[in-house]
Design a protein around this ligand. Sequence first.
Ligand code: GDG
Length: 731
Amino acid sequence: MSDAPRTIVVSYRLPLTLRRVGPGWRGERSAGGLATALGPVVRGGRGLWVGAAGDAVTDADPERAALLAQWEEREGFVAVEIPASVHGGFYDGFANGALWPLFHHFPTRFHVRPGDWEAYVEANRLFRDAVLARLRPGDRVWAHDYQLLLLPALLREARPDLAIGFFLHIPFPASDVFRVLPHREELLRGLLAADLLGFQTWGHAQHFRWSLLRLLGMDSGLDRVEREGRVTRIEAFPIGIAPEEFTRPLALPRVQARVTELRGRGDVRRVLAVDRLDYTKGIPERLRAFRLLLERHPEWRGRVTLIQVAVPSRERVSRYRELRREVSELVGEINGELGTPEWTPVVYLKRSVAREELVALYAAADVCWVSPLRDGMNLVAKEYVACQEHGHGVLLLSEQAGAAAEMGEALHVNPYDVEDSAETLLRALTLPEGERRERLAALRVRVHHGTAHAWAERFLGRLDEASAERALHGGPSVAPLSVPDLVAAWSAARRRLLLLDYDGTLTPLRPRPSDAAPDADLLELLRGLAADPRNTLAVVSGRPAAVLEPWLGAVEGLHLIAEHGAARRLPGQAWQPLRAGADAEWKPRVRPLLDAFTLRAPGSFVEEKPHALAWHYRLTEPQFGEWLARELLATLEGLLAATEVRAVPGNKVVEVRFAWAHKGEAARTLLAETGADLALAIGDDQTDEDLFAALRPEDWSVVVGRQASRARFHLPVPDAVRAVLRTLSAA
Ligand code: GDG
């Protein structure tokens, strides 16, 4: 085996299933698009594929173990053995009883039993252990789908530098639906540990971002989110099929003969539907719509047949057994009520058909009716298009399928609307040939371009970029502060300048700014530092003078900088604006606008300072708050264009202030005035970055928190800042 970097694919199932045959075991290969796309990625020692090999294991079996060892050796397929005691709660329980229905927007089908979550966690650990046991330096991991949402975090914990990608094959739900889940925050954090998160559509990715904001209070950019100095990229990678897997069998003479046979006399149109028997696929809804078409347009009786292939699935789950009964009954009713000795309205194949037969059915169908109530992508839609090589078939596609986002030339339909579905089917049956050919040609270009292959390559390419970016810019550039080093430099310095931010640095952030008054301990600490004649101590805050003065004014020898540098107070002197003669006319124009936004957003409020106005929305529903903040910023940009005043976004606040009033300016002034040979600046938010930027390279800049920063060092929380200051004070 080579030492080259490898890809470790992890999915719930391996593309090979072990089945008991008599007393022994046999492996059956599955030929899905995923297996075809990822086969080359792992084959020939280039990687491994980690997953379950079949149903849960009940007892140890040496023959089974020997076969699995062979698979790993020859094919790179690593079997994860999930004990039956874990498998039930994990797979039938949390994965398919809770995640599957909720992610497909069926909150009423959602069901968790005690113990399901624990089993889910345990199963994810088994997958992690299987990966860790085989990991080599340089390997990258690509985890798949809703069964493994915790895997990225479990792996990251063990290997902070591992390149981890995750792809979700099913939709990500709207945040109001997602929040129904127990352990929802843990699931989000589980995913966030990946370097790259892939979704089927841009819409699903946006749903994920809203959940981050509403449940974890985390802001994200359109394609990335940052947490503790680490970036997770968020992107849409619509999955495709391997078209040659369909066109190759289609070219076989026996399949062509079958197509001709299926087309028959040509006076009955064939509408084809192919699904796993799953409630998300909208099979009963489709049958009802078909019945409605035949009732409303009796001229189509005898002239159209619906061929429904439905592959039984998850039969251990009672909801799936109910669905099977419901579909059988509906088919029976329609055929019984409307059928004739010459014509069966619905041909129902309640089983899996062979690949060649499926290809022939696709090629022979005049219409393919894909009508899931919700679907990550839906590959049937793409397979049909690939098989209509010379055809002019019509694709009828649910707008709730991920495929609809790409396949705009299909006839889209709302699968919940039975009347609309019936009418759209009628339209599909009567569409002029020219239009059918045009639509199909455009769809064919997409299907042949966006293949499963291209999908895998693009994902892995982006994963390499994302992990390289992490290696370059991630955590290491902001190192933890070494207190002994600082103390040594501090003791050696003749004149020291201390620039301290207040909120989030000397005290924790509070929901209401007025709750952050200094405690006795803090005042004592500041007094001690300010009393040393070698120190110049300045609190550099965004707060107005009217707040800083009563809170900190009594600390002898302390410099106060208010409103990010718009005003300052030298020890024992009066407050002064940093620049004289600044325009005061802007406030009466801006204030009414901020008041109007406050009325729209419950929990928000305006803070008025002598030189600035701030609109705070920390207590507003986050999604709504962000949306309003963006609108406010855009409105203010126009309003203030001709002035020296700017609107600046902050942490849950929009600040309107003079463009020149920033902490960097204040820091430069103090550095020049004091002639300090050591400067130490500590701060926690965006406005403190100006402070850090104003320092000299050898100075000490410290950011509180793990966010990306230009500071050289970081401390975790305000308590740690106080501890460091206490040490310095005693040094
Ligand atoms: C998940 C997401 C996403 C079906 N019947 C037969 C048969 N099939 C094959 C089809 C197709 C596959 O099964 C079904 O794929 P879908 O994409 O429709 O749906 P899920 O299984 O739910 O897959 C889905 C997908 O992951 C990929 O990311 O698109 O949204 O839910 O390939 O051809 N194949 C054969 N006989 C059958 O009777 N041979």
